[in-house]
Every structure is written in C-alpha cells, then in structure tokens.
Design a protein around this ligand. Structure first.
Ligand code: KMH
Ligand code: ZN
Length: 274
C-alpha cells in the first residue's frame, strides 16, 4: 500500500479557544502549528481563516497571510477551505481560491450541520469546481452524506469534475452520515476507478475511522477542526499531537507517513517550485 497521507485540519470554523486553548487562530499561530504537524508526519494542511477575535472569515487578505506563514515555515501542501462557515455566501467562500493554493475543498451537496443547514446548491458547487480547476488547484471532494457520493460520480461522468478525484469522507457531523465503520465501508465501496480518499472522523471517530482507513489503503485527516480531544475527557495539547498518534498507527501498519513531496506525487500535484 502507498504511504499514508495525513491532513492536518488545524483550525476549522466552529471550534473556539474557549473549548480548545491550543487552537491556532492568527496567521503566525497557524504557520507554527502547520510546521509542527509536518514535523510530526502531516503532508497537507487544511486551512480556515479567522479574524483576531476568532470569527471565521474567507477574506483573501487573511488567507494570504496564513499561506505565507505556512510556506515560510514548511513545505506542506496548502489546501484552502471553500466550505468556510455555515451562512457565508458562495462568493465569500470562493475568495481563497484566487491565491493559487495547491488544493481546495469542494462540498458535494447540502446537509444539516448540527442545528444549522450547510447549503451547497448544485449550480454554486459546479461554479466552484470550474474556478478551482481554472486556478490550477486540485479539488478535494467533501462527502458528508451518501447522496453526495452519487452526485460526485455523476459529475465526474459528465466531466464537471476533474479526474482522478480525491475524496474526503467527513463522518460524524450531527445531521450527516455517522462516524461508523459501516458508513465508511459504504462510501469506500462506491469509489470510482483511480480515486484516492481520506477520512475525517468527527470526535472519537477521528481515531477509529482513521485506523480503519489505514487498513483499507485510504488516507487520514486529523486536527482540531474535527476533534479537540486526545482521549475521552482529555483535551489534545496540539494538532501535532493528533498527527503524531495517527502517524504512529500508520508506521505500525507498515504505512509510514508520506512527506509533502511524496503526497504530491500520490495526488498528481506538481512539485512545489522553491
Ligand atoms: N465549516 C463547515 C461548515 C470545508 O472546509 O470545506 C464546512 C467545512 C468544509 O469546514
Ligand atoms: Zn474545513
């Protein structure tokens, strides 16, 4: 099996410092966290913007500072969010793609998200797909629910999405597919030929489904966006601590972590010109 690509979802849009004091929010904090995660075995950093008070933002100027803070400290693959936070407009969400990231997320449909609705209208998401491809970035297709996988396959067949596709199965959001082995197996069985995939288990599913993905030949996303605990009742001390643990599981299963450059090859991304 291929080496393990670990994505560190460092910040997200929902968690605050009140819940997780080590949450990186400023560009400098995010840059430092990214470098620590790469040293611990991460290849990709999934980025969200925040204002100084913690409010989520998709402002390109904020993302520019974050990307500079990351790139000046490590060679991680930079993946920007186009999901942003619930309630943002499509135009707002797409702004970071103008910064020529190597990857950008693309949510494959609408879904209840806790007590909110995460709206992803088909026309908007097709426009996002075009914009991501035009920017030179690779899309990571975010699958929160079963029907989104069928949509992704339909759009791939119609040429609305670039192939080979890379999927992220986000499992355990209240309102979406649960963080269970059965849910993951269902999605893995639907994968189109040549696709790569990663799993982002929410809360305790981060470790269980991550471990399962390692056995199945998939890849793993960890970090505070999806889970703030190291174990029940014990907060993680850093994003890197969560990366380190899943890297150790990968090594035990003969799937050592891929470096960013090894991950670029596995995902068909161009080498970073330095
Ligand atoms: N914050 C969620 C509503 C992504 O980054 O692409 C959406 C999200 C997905 O985080
Ligand atoms: Zn995200």
């Amino acid at each position: 099996m291929a080496k393990l690509i670990i994505t560190a979802a460092l910040t997200g849009a929902e968690v605050g410092k009140a819940q997780q004091p080590a949450l990186p929010i400023t560009p400098e904090e995010i840059g430092i966290a990214a470098a620590e995660c790469v040293a611990a075995g991460a290849a990709i950093v999934h980025l969200h913007g925040r204002l100084a008070d913690g409010t989520p933002t998709q402002d390109a100027a904020v993302y520019r500072q974050i990307i500079e803070a990351v790139r000046s400290r490590c060679d991680a693959i930079v993946q920007v969010s186009t999901g942003g936070a619930v309630g943002m407009t499509a135009a707002e969400r797409l702004a970071p793609v103008t910064l020529r990231p190597e990857m950008a997320t693309l949510s494959m449909g609408s879904v209840n998200f806790g007590n909110d609705v995460f709206l992803n209208a088909p026309a908007d998401m097709q426009a996002f797909a075009k914009a991501i491809t035009a920017s030179g970035a690779k899309a990571e297709l975010e699958i929160f629910d079963a029907g989104m996988m069928a949509t992704a396959k339909r759009w791939l067949q119609k040429g609305l999405l670039a192939a080979p596709a890379h999927f992220d199965f986000v499992l355990g959001v209240p309102g979406a597919m649960p963080g269970t082995p059965e849910a993951l197996m269902y999605l893995v069985q639907q994968l189109p030929e040549g696709a790569t995939w990663t799993v982002a288990g929410i809360g305790p599913a981060q470790l269980t489904l991550g471990t399962m993905a390692i056995a199945l030949g998939g890849h793993v996303r960890v970090g505070f966006e999806d889970n703030i605990f190291f174990r029940k009742g014990e907060l993680a001390t850093s994003n890197a601590q969560l990366v380190q643990r899943i890297a150790d599981v990968g090594r035990l299963a003969e799937r050592p972590p891929a470096t960013p450059d090894e991950a670029r090859i596995l995902l068909g991304l161009p080498r970073l010109s330095r």
